[in-house]
Design a protein around this ligand. Structure first.
Ligand SMILES: Nc1ncnc2c1ncn2[C@@H]1O[C@H](COP(=O)(O)OP(=O)(O)OP(=O)(O)O)[C@@H](O)[C@H]1O
Length: 231
């Protein structure tokens, strides 16, 4: 289980996270919803070690992560699919996938076949450059690359952003499959309410750096929850 306990995060004098606490359980999809700029990406940057927290603790499977480098967290099993995908545009699809080998011991450095069952388009484009793929294909590649390292928790930053509906469906199916087949924890931040409602076991809503709502997916249908999400 991932446990975030009362964290603050600052960019210089500006405070982006205020006393955030949440958990993401193994075998569950946990979704954090919120409008633009409320701090969702900052939360994931804190969890993956891209930005230090100024207070509070983050632990995964009872190991405290504070202060450890992003690569150390990857080794511990935290897989990250960043906002905007961040694939390597000049590397091929195969090379992009292989970049996920970095935290693995030598004997585990192979690309699991299930990536191509989930995202067949990647298998047929192995020698294409990442930058030549469509946005949706790049998103599938970014998820595939994170799966290469066999994470215990997959952390995704707005995987539906700018992506066509048919690929959003494929991504939803893949996320559900990963939860059910591997029992991994999935932590997803999103603005797309319907996607979260369909997938989530547990939801949190953020507003201005704070958690303002917590509950099951059905709690998103309350007026209180919707009030936090409408502009
Ligand atoms: N590198 C940075 N330096 C200074 N302020 C930042 C930085 N990154 C984010 N912020 C600010 O921190 C706040 C939270 O940003 P964050 O990107 O975490 O929000 P978000 O909910 O992920 O938004 P979006 O949906 O647009 O990605 C915003 O006010 C943003 O302007």
């Amino acid at each position: 289980m991932l446990t975030v306990d009362n964290i603050n995060l600052h960019y210089g004098a500006a405070q982006a996270l205020r006393g955030i606490s949440l958990t993401a359980e193994m075998g569950k999809i946990t979704c954090v919803l919120g409008r633009n700029g409320v701090g969702k990406s900052s939360l994931l940057r804190a969890i993956t070690g891209q930005h230090p927290v100024s207070a509070g603790t983050i632990s995964f499977e009872n190991v405290r992560l504070n202060g450890s480098a992003p690569y150390a967290r990857a080794k511990q099993g935290i897989g990250y699919v960043p906002q905007g995908r961040e694939i390597f545009p000049l590397l091929t699809v195969q090379e992009n996938l292989e970049s996920g080998f970095a935290p693995l011991p030598r004997k585990e450095r192979f690309i699991p076949e299930e990536i191509f069952s989930l995202f067949p388009v990647l298998g047929s484009m192995l020698s294409r450059r990442g930058g030549d793929l469509s946005g949706g294909q790049q998103q599938q590649l970014a998820i595939g690359r994170a799966m290469v390292m066999r994470p215990k928790i997959l952390v995704l930053d707005e995987p539906t952003e700018g992506i066509q509906p048919s690929i959003i469906k494929d991504i939803g199916r893949a996320i559900r499959y990963l939860r059910d087949s591997t029992g991994m924890a999935i932590l997803l931040v999103e603005q797309y309410l319907d996607f979260c409602r369909e997938l989530a076991d547990q939801v949190y809503i953020m507003d201005r750096g704070e958690i303002v709502h917590e509950g099951g997916a059905e709690s998103l249908d309350t007026e209180e929850a919707r009030g936090h999400l409408t502009v």
